[in-house]
Ligand binder design. Structure first.
Ligand code: BG6
Length: 473
């Protein structure tokens, strides 16, 4: 037996979001996924959309009891803008929604689970996209701040841990570059403005938090999907491609959120290409002043970057960041075939080192990491428990590198698995299951998987035995 021990008070938890669990019941507004599904159901795996939820809205007490049974000491979810706010222009609160979120927060606390609250998890109200162009509009930035302010006012007496956005880069890429989120636009210049406005929204929300937060222990951060870009070769072209991919995908939000300024190298490229965002000195001062208290880092897979094969002129679109890099699948590596993602746990160590060396060793936690597997009923044991040993192995391998980084001084304070209970996952819907707890969406049956039992022991002892994992031998 070789035990890996983690610090006391390490967060052992899991992450989810409001729109992926609550269901659409009783919402005042539709978000972009509600609208997209109503109009283009074939965008969604199996034609299953956000209406088919794991029913957290009605079942939150049962679900939280199951999360407790899985040993979770903290859980991240999000408040839905489209549920909490009645009048999007003025930011007035819907009383039923406030009651619901109050009850959820109290239920978490009563079960000894720290509620960690995020505000924006891709789920902008669709009417703001149609009326103002969504995140392209600075007016929408200010409406988001009203929603944020209402949330802090209502819940910061009990919620100490807050995040502004989940993976803002996915909003940019999905909605404005690669067409996997509504509004499915391909336009690099507009994507650049969306990125800037998302950062501005985060910084302005942080400023609001510092004014209305009621709790001396209150902290606020941003959750970023930091995916290292490993160059295909040592050639200067591939190295330059990987450097730009890192600037665009990681450093854009990371530098602005932690250091209070966008990376000068990125600003130079965007300026030279005549696609730089529209900003004002006053906005840049807000970004400079309102840096994060800590970071959430979502990590699933690394990227491999190489110099683009196509000359920029052959791109039909005026400007795309793809002008500078191309992401490719490396041959012969370990893959999660169901999701098409490479499995490379050491990347978490590389991320930790980067934060330690280049971002003042700011406090951070793994806010999402996980393995989505299709048709998990294949692994149903005779005892009725899904034998998801592959997930336990995945968790252990990633934690091995978190542990190594902490031993070398990384300021990492927790690990959240995606996700507590199998949930609706945007256009992939219920294809890949990530949960510690399985759900039969038709019968609303919820059962702990083998990984939940593993997680409970992990959380109780803040340690696990690594001796069965190859890398430890
Ligand atoms: C993360 C998101 O990037 O990936 C989650 O924050 C999402 O919201 C998760 O559900 C898994 O995504 P997918 O597409 O594999 O189901």
């Amino acid at each position: 037996m070789t035990l890996l021990e983690f610090p006391q008070n390490f967060w052992w938890g899991a992450a989810t979001s409001g729109p992926q669990t609550e269901g659409r019941f009783h919402k005042t507004h539709d978000n972009i996924f509600d609208y997209d599904f109503d109009h283009f159901p074939d965008h969604y795996w199996g034609g299953i959309g956000p209406d088919t939820a794991s029913n957290f809205y009605n079942d939150y007490q049962t679900d939280i009891a199951l999360m407790k049974a899985a040993g979770l000491s903290s859980v991240r979810t999000s408040i839905q803008w489209t549920r909490l706010i009645d009048d999007l222009e003025t930011g007035t609160v819907n009383a039923d929604a406030a009651r619901f979120y109050n009850a959820v927060i109290d239920e978490f606390i009563a079960n000894g689970i720290k509620p960690v609250i995020n505000l924006h998890h891709f789920d902008i109200p669709v009417s703001l996209v149609h009326k103002y162009g969504g995140w392209e509009s600075k007016h929408v930035v200010d409406l988001f701040v009203k929603f944020a302010q209402a949330s802090f006012t209502l819940f910061s007496d009990r919620v100490t841990d807050w995040f502004t956005h989940n993976e803002p880069m996915v909003v940019v890429e999905g909605g404005y570059l690669y067409q996997f989120h509504y509004p499915d636009i391909i336009d690099g210049k507009r994507a650049v403005q969306v990125a800037y406005n998302l950062q501005l929204a985060s910084s302005k929300a942080i400023a609001a938090f510092r004014q209305v937060n009621q709790n001396p222990d209150g902290k606020i951060g941003i959750i970023l999907n930091l995916t290292p870009n490993y160059p295909a070769s040592a050639s200067p072209e591939d190295q330059a491609a990987a450097t730009f991919a890192d600037l665009w995908q990681n450093r854009l939000f990371l530098d602005a959120s932690v250091k209070g300024a966008f990376a000068a190298e990125l600003v130079d490229v965007l300026t030279n290409d005549d696609v730089l965002w529209a900003s004002t000195a006053e906005e840049l001062a807000i970004i400079q002043k309102n840096t994060v208290d800590y970071l959430g880092v979502n990590f699933y897979h690394p990227n491999r970057a190489q110099a683009p094969k196509y000359a920029p002129d052959s791109l039909a679109i005026d400007w795309l960041p793809d002008k500078y890099f191309e992401v490719f699948d490396k041959r012969g590596v370990r893959m999660n075939a169901d999701r098409g993602w490479e499995i490379y746990p050491k990347a978490l160590y590389d991320i930790a080192k980067n934060i330690q060396e280049n971002y003042g060793n700011i406090a951070w936690f793994v806010s999402e990491n996980g393995m989505g597997v299709a048709r998990e009923d294949r692994y149903l044991g005779e005892d009725g428990i899904i034998q998801d040993d592959y997930r336990i192995r995945f968790i252990k391998e990633h934690l091995y590198y978190v542990h190594k980084a902490i031993a070398e001084g990384a300021n990492c304070f927790g690990y959240h698995l995606w996700t507590p209970i199998d949930c609706f996952s945007w256009r992939n819907s219920y294809k890949n299951r990530y949960g510690l707890i399985a759900v039969d969406v038709h019968r609303q049956d919820k059962t702990l998987k083998k990984s939940a039992h593993f997680f409970k022991a992990l959380s109780a002892s803040s340690s696990f035995d690594i001796s069965d994992i190859e890398m430890a031998k």
